[in-house]
Write a protein that binds this ligand. Structure first.
Ligand code: TRP
Length: 324
């Protein structure tokens, strides 16, 4: 059976964009593949954070994933920081990575703008090298990610080939899996940008209060026309709302246009809110019932299982590298 691995950074609450780009994909994949789902807490540390908050965010993230349908009998959800072997392999990989190629990563360049050349953390610079370690330590076949991670994964493939050549290892070169369609949920406030936590007003967190969700949907940016028509170039706001409605109801764009002929944007937005409530109502109920203690148990059990696999592979790597 093919092995899938992906990582989710615990830096905020799960939003609609995350859900349709990654979580929904995993719900399908868990029935077909062996899935390792990693909570990338070490990656989350690359931006300033509060320790107690990180801890709560991790609980919240794992609960959300389970409530949304990730089946822990099929999927191994584990915490990156529970597996020390990642950091060994990460270090080895830094020794064959070039400053030039890491400096060319979009995410690094963006962050460098924000922090200034001197102020940017080295962790952000090395971020894709740690990702490579996460992936190849398990001989992962396929890595499903959102479009924003494509460049990191291309680098990962490059580093893996280089490592194999240099140390005569036999790591699989992981395949990148991008779902071309679902990665495209845009911000409700600025439909030219992807929905993201960095623009809270335009971001629908799945487990937020219904009042807030309704408010955000009703306030979403549209245009000065009246027609509900799919036209991402001229009507990016309405088109984005249509995409959201399409995923929530499994209706096609044409069906949606038909359904809302002669209806106002306001009526359409109310229907989106209703569809959202219906789609996630079960998950919202389940999430409330999951305790922190249950999450502790799940993570403890998976750490045990994953450490066995990781340490076995690390042992082989150490031998190949002349360290053992
Ligand atoms: N960097 C990824 C993100 O921000 C998270 C991540 C960490 C990841 N390690 C990974 C994704 C390994 C895929 C594979 O979304």
């Amino acid at each position: 059976m093919k092995r899938i691995l992906t990582g989710i950074k615990p830096t905020g609450k799960i939003h609609l964009g995350n859900y349709f780009a990654v979580v929904k994909e995993l719900l399908e994949m868990q029935n077909k593949y062996e899935v390792f789902l990693m909570i990338a807490d070490l990656h989350a540390q690359t931006i300033p954070y509060f320790p107690q908050e990180l801890k709560q965010t991790i609980y919240d993230l794992v609960k959300s994933l389970i409530a949304l349908g990730i089946n822990t009998k099929k999927v191994t959800i584990f915490k990156q920081s529970d597996i020390p072997a990642h950091l060994y392999l990460f270090w080895f990989l830094t020794t064959i990575s070039y400053m030039g190629e890491l400096s060319r990563m979009h995410e690094f360049k963006e962050q460098r703008e924000k922090y200034g050349k001197e102020g940017i953390g080295v962790g952000i610079f090395l971020y894709p090298v740690l990702m490579t370690a996460d992936i190849i330590l398990y001989n992962t076949d396929i890595v499903p990610v959102g479009e924003d991670q494509r460049q990191h994964l291309e680098l990962c493939r490059e580093l893996t080939k280089r490592f194999n050549n240099r140390f005569k290892t036999n790591f699989k070169i992981p395949e990148i899996y991008l779902n071309p369609e679902t990665a495209k949920i845009m911000s409700l406030q600025d439909p030219t940008k992807k929905m993201s936590k960095s623009n809270p007003g335009g971001c629908l967190e799945i487990f937020d209060s219904l009042k807030k969700i309704k408010e955000k949907i009703l306030k979403s940016v549209t245009d000065s026309e009246k027609e509900i028509k799919y036209d991402p170039i001229n009507k990016p706001g309405i088109s984005n709302l249509m995409t959201i409605f399409k995923y929530l109801t499994q209706k096609s764009y044409l069906e949606i246009e038909e359904l809302f002929k002669n209806k106002s944007y306001y009526e359409f937005k109310l229907e989106i809110f209703k569809a959202f409530t219906k789609y996630f109502s079960r998950a919202r109920k389940i999430k409330q019932k999951i305790s922190n203690k249950k999450i502790d148990l799940i993570l403890k059990k998976s750490a045990k299982k994953i450490n066995i696999i990781a340490n076995r592979n690390l042992d082989n790597i150490l031998k190949k590298m002349g360290l053992k």
